[in-house]
Ligand binder design. Sequence first.
Ligand SMILES: Cc1ncc(COP(=O)(O)O)c(C=O)c1O
Length: 470
Amino acid sequence: MNQRSLGSLKMEATAAYNCRIPFREHSLAFSHRSLSSLHFHFTHTLRRPRHPTATMALNASHVDLSLSPRVNAVKPSKTVAISDLATALVQAGVPVIRLAAGEPDFDTPLPIAEAGINAIREGYTRYTPNAGTMELRQAICRKLKEENGITYTPDQVVVSNGAKQSLAQAVLAVCSPGDEVIIPAPFWVSYPEMARLADATPVILPTSISDNFLLDPKLLESKITERSRLLILCSPSNPTGSVYPKVLLAEIARIVAKHPKLLVLSDEIYEHIIYAPATHTSFASLPGMWDRTLTVNGFSKAFAMTGWRLGYIAGPKHFIAACGKIQSQLTSGASSIAQKAAVAALGLGYAGGEPVATMVKAFRERRDFLVKSFKEIDGVKISEPQGAFYLFLDFSFYYGRAAEGFGKIEDSESLCRYLLDVGQVALVPGSAFGDDTCIRISYAESLTTLQAAVERIKKSLARLSSAALV
Ligand SMILES: Cc1ncc(COP(=O)(O)O)c(C=O)c1O
């Protein structure tokens, strides 16, 4: 074992958890002993409170290392950190099955990739307008009209470097300090942190697995105050795969309509990854909602374009211009090459045409396989996902049990660590998404890999089921 290399890997694991710094590539091979010590480190890093003063104490060269209170208020993304850790383990020779990342395992469809290559060949490599090329914004407007029933003009669309940027800019554009951002849980990890970055307060509304993780309109109504500025909806949902039926959205819309200050940020990035008979409804298409809805979508998920970094927001010009203003001082326009590729993606046909339908069919087979498999496992509760490529399973039956040589499973984090240690399967603890009873499994992997993962998880859980509650 190479102690120095392991030490540097540990340091990077710490950095990734604390500061969201990506791992660099590692080619070292290390033993199982080093693996468990890395896991030990990983656990401690996850749990250790971070004090700015502690960082100060490390300062040997009299440089003031203090950070902005805004940064100190933000938690690093556990999904990014766990994916990075799992990747580092694989690169170090540990046969971990990675089901933590929110990234399709498919290659970008060829016509899209070729459009990108042609863009480079044809010298289409310069800055584009800040809000995106007219060609792409027009294509987005056509898509939103034909597929979603919402009408926009190109000046009501801003293209960004990923839907994440679109969402962050929207939160920054509309929230004032002290405003409340209502977020149903389980939530995508970044929503509460985006609210904090805007000096707003996240207000988390729990949902339950028995209601398919859908927001109870009565609960929403009871939590709206005069400070509520934004309601963030995500359908199909990451992490649960739930899809909001139109009737429920209409009920939510009726409540929202009573509160002039309240806007809706509708994250529709998984729109095309949906399993019939479930259907997608754009919140802005509901009566009276166009004026107060900001619709976010992107190319990462449906078109398998995560690395191209392209997303967009559409909404009333007043708000969209504000998002564009922020973008103009942060990044300017998105990649010219990716924008050419995105035009090709939107040209593939309704809902992404054949290439997207093929990927959705594969996701559906995997979902069916996993749902069937986990239904057969003792104590696991399931809400069958209707979209996206995640399963959010309640494993709390296993909490309070002790595994030999591991210790007590206390919560979703220790169960994930146990499954990584014993089963060598990387999953994301539900605590990252605001629900500690569950664990998220991403099924953006081949059926063969998923079959192997289920076997490993089954075996690891079997060891726990026979253990006494402690
Ligand atoms: C719910 C949700 N919204 C937005 C994004 C951001 O997507 P991107 O920035 O890759 O377009 C993600 C990515 O994981 C997501 O899961």
